[in-house]
Design a protein around this ligand. Structure first.
Ligand SMILES: [Zn+2]
Length: 248
């Protein structure tokens, strides 16, 4: 796949990064990325994948925009309140970068829709708001051996990891018992969801291009209330009900 002169100019500053080059850019262009959730986290992930030149982004999220989303959902506009988020997300992204493709699925993640979407993707970004959707995406990613960037937050706390099925612990290994985070029950600040989103997008870009080092097999935990970061290696459970049967 060749680049147009417009694309080469658009991405010229990142192509200059050591180890990135046109090869890295081509890897991004050849990628289909699925993002579940288009909120403060998923919408911002999608934005940074888009400006980096990921060739196709698939946005999966049901529901309409609410006024209280606007403190963090930077792809949205005030006049869009009451309408489905995914269409405005696509419009904003394509206004910024018309050289990529965006597909929108105005639905929540279900066992019916997720398998086919993951099967056609090269990478997944888990930005869903509850663990039911997160588990469905994790299971589909393990089945189709699709890497998954896992990002979640509650208040000022956040975590991030990169899951490569067969190589690293999966989400079920890391959280055999789910954190009791209530999807509407916690406060959220746009700068916190945005910080996590930038790190999640960067994690995907590093995994795809080979630039830098990823969080494969490492869980990054962040307390942004006091700006504390820590990394640990979660247990890779050979008896995991989700990924236990996969060859390592
Ligand atoms: Zn597992």
């Amino acid at each position: 796949m060749e680049f147009t002169p417009t694309e080469l100019e658009r991405y010229s500053r990142q192509i200059q990064i050591p180890g990135f080059g046109e090869d890295g850019q081509k890897r991004l262009k050849d990628t289909v990325a699925i993002v579940t959730g288009v909120g403060g986290l998923g919408g911002t992930v999608a934005l940074y994948l888009a400006v980096a030149g990921v060739g196709k982004i698939v946005l999966v999220r049901g529901g309409n925009l609410r006024l209280d989303d606007l403190n963090r959902q930077i792809l949205m506009t005030n006049s869009w309140v009451g309408q489905p988020r995914v269409y405005k997300a696509k419009e904003t992204i394509l206004n910024i970068n018309p050289d990529i493709h965006v597909e929108v699925i105005p639905e929540f993640v279900t066992s019916e829709n997720i398998e086919d979407l993951v099967r056609k993707s090269n990478i997944a970004f888990d930005c869903a708001f509850d663990f039911t959707e997160r588990d469905l995406l994790n299971t589909a990613c393990v089945r189709w051996k699709v890497p998954m960037i896992e990002a979640a937050m509650s208040g000022m706390e956040a975590y991030l990891t990169t899951i490569v099925p067969g190589e690293t612990p999966c989400l079920s290994c890391i959280f055999p018992e789910k954190p009791k985070w209530d999807r509407w029950g916690f406060g959220v600040l746009g700068a916190v969801s945005g910080s996590l989103a930038c790190l999640a997008a960067l994690e995907g870009i590093k995994l795809l291009t080979g630039v830098g080092e990823t969080l494969k097999g490492q869980l990054l935990t962040m307390d942004l209330g006091n700006t504390t970061f820590a990394k640990r290696r979660p247990y890779h459970d050979p008896e995991c009900p989700t990924c236990g049967g996969l060859k390592r």
